[in-house]
Design a binder for this molecule. Structure first.
Ligand code: GH3
Ligand code: MG
Ligand code: MG
Ligand code: MG
Length: 323
């Protein structure tokens, strides 16, 4: 019967509209302890959507902590609980913060309904619940939710892209600049050390010349992987450009930084780099280390000192760390 009424609602549209309605899917959580309206809602929604019924406010909250829902259907008046309060509690749960809320109210609840709308409730339906109206309101909320989810995904992948080096997946130089600024500020405020390391692959031009540019790219990717594995969680690894990489190490003095760098250097030196075409390429790296000197030491001067240390490492014969 429900399947039929669902089809009936879409006779004004065409087959595609019906498909789109089905596509909306949607996981809905309902908390309504009134038998009549909750049964009506179940009848109206359960054939087209995944509908779960919470037993009470506490149950609804714990479900919202455990799962992602696309819509919360909440009765404004619950036995022994306040629907209004429940709505604001949903907003304190990370997963439910932006989940639309559809209220079920009684005709005489106008004042509380206004407060609920003020709280950011998205829509409401007045008892007795009409199945067609219920479906229409649910569809509207689910469409908006789907649209805003897509927008959120687009924004976060754009943000991700803007800070990532496409070849290695490491942070790019722009992100390094941003992060370094706040790392320097924190170091100055707390008086804790901050070290900066510049890695430059030795004779990389020769690797390109001998094995080809694609093999060179494979080396850069593998190099990035070994770096990621070789540093600590708090360290920031970025591709500085070309075959140069930077690691920023907060709360770390130059000695400790040089120790970690040398472990990485040995790890690079120990095993040759395998390319997709089957070459085994020996790689070495030179590393310059500098420590932030406190107030007045800018990012530029810090980078310059690390670069000078790197230059000494190159001149000293490469495959070494200079601090
Ligand atoms: P050194 O030991 O003095 O550092 O020698 P080097 O050959 O590594 O120094 P140089 O800076 O002259 O060479 C870096 C080379 O890296 C030149 C450039 O063609 C190559 N390169 C820069 N970016 C990429 C990249 O994305 N992929 C590949 N395959 N090569 C790159
Ligand atoms: Mg270089
Ligand atoms: Mg160079
Ligand atoms: Mg180089």
């Amino acid at each position: 019967a429900d399947e039929l009424s669902l089809r009936a609602t879409s006779v004004h549209g065409n087959h595609r509209d019906f498909m789109r309605l089905a596509d909306l899917g949607g996981r809905i959580l309902m908390v309504d302890d009134r038998e009549t309206s909750s049964r009506k809602i179940q009848q109206a929604l359960s054939s087209a959507f995944t509908l779960e019924r919470a037993n009470d406010a506490a149950d609804a909250l714990s479900r919202a902590i455990e799962h992602d829902y696309d819509l919360l259907v909440v009765s404004l008046s619950l036995e022994g609980a306040d629907g209004l309060r429940l709505c604001s509690q949903f907003r304190t749960i990370d997963r439910a913060r932006y989940t639309p809320v559809l209220l079920i109210t009684d005709p005489d609840e106008n004042a509380r309904l206004l407060r609920a709308l003020d709280l950011g409730v998205n829509d409401y339906i007045v008892r007795p619940v009409d199945a067609n109206e219920m479906r229409a309101r649910v569809r509207t909320q689910l469409r908006r939710k789907k649209f805003s989810d897509r927008l959120t995904d687009m924004v976060s992948s754009a943000m991700e892209l803007s800070i990532t080096d496409p070849l290695t997946g490491l942070y790019n130089r722009r992100h390094l600049d941003t992060q370094l600024r706040s790392m320097v500020a924190i170091a100055e405020e707390t008086g804790k050390p901050l070290s900066l390391l510049i890695f430059d692959i030795d004779f990389f031009k020769g690797i390109n010349d001998r094995y080809g540019h694609d093999a060179g790219d494979d080396v850069l990717r593998e190099f990035a992987t070994r770096m990621r594995k070789g540093v600590r969680g708090i360290d920031l690894v970025a591709r500085f450009g070309g075959e140069e990489f930077v690691v920023a190490m907060p709360e770390t003095d130059a000695h400790v930084a040089a120790f970690i760098a040398d472990r990485l250097r040995r790890d690079i030196d120990r095993a040759p780099f395998a390319t997709r075409t089957g070459d085994q390429i020996p790689v070495t790296v030179s590393i310059g280390v500098a420590e932030h000197l406190g107030q007045g030491d800018t990012i530029e001067t810090l980078v310059r000192r690390a670069d000078q240390a790197l230059y000494s490492a190159k001149r000293g014969g490469r495959n070494r760390v200079v601090e």
